[in-house]
Design a binder for this molecule. Structure first.
Ligand code: FES
Length: 108
């Protein structure tokens, strides 16, 4: 499969609201779309700590806060603020004609 083919079209860009999160399953993988300060982030919904769904948490400025143990992860770096070895999984994405295409890595 070429690199181009491994991207799948998931949602319309306009479905994302500023400051909100949207959870979508992509080929069985829970993918969280976030729009913050007009920037889009596409991450795995599973918390790098113990796998709890981040979609049940909150956004605090440019941090996503896990609902389970309230660890705060930077959307910019993906890192947990107290231990960067815990890192969000960010998926490559592109926007074409208003649609968001995502490449979900299979070996996570
Ligand atoms: S499972 Fe997310 S902080 Fe523990």
């Amino acid at each position: 499969m070429s690199d181009e083919e491994s991207y799948v079209q998931v949602i319309d860009e306009k479905e994302l609201e500023e400051g909100k999160m949207k959870l979508v399953r992509v080929d069985g993988t829970p993918v969280l779309f976030i729009k913050k300060n007009s920037k889009i982030y596409v991450i795995d919904n599973r918390c790098p700590h113990m796998g709890v769904g981040l979609s049940g948490g909150i956004l605090d400025d440019t941090f996503v806060v896990c609902p389970s143990h309230e660890w705060r992860f930077s959307l910019e770096t993906g890192e947990y603020e107290h231990d960067p070895s815990y890192k969000l999984v960010a998926y490559p994405f592109k926007i074409k004609e208003g649609k968001i295409w995502v490449k979900v890595e299979e070996d996570f």
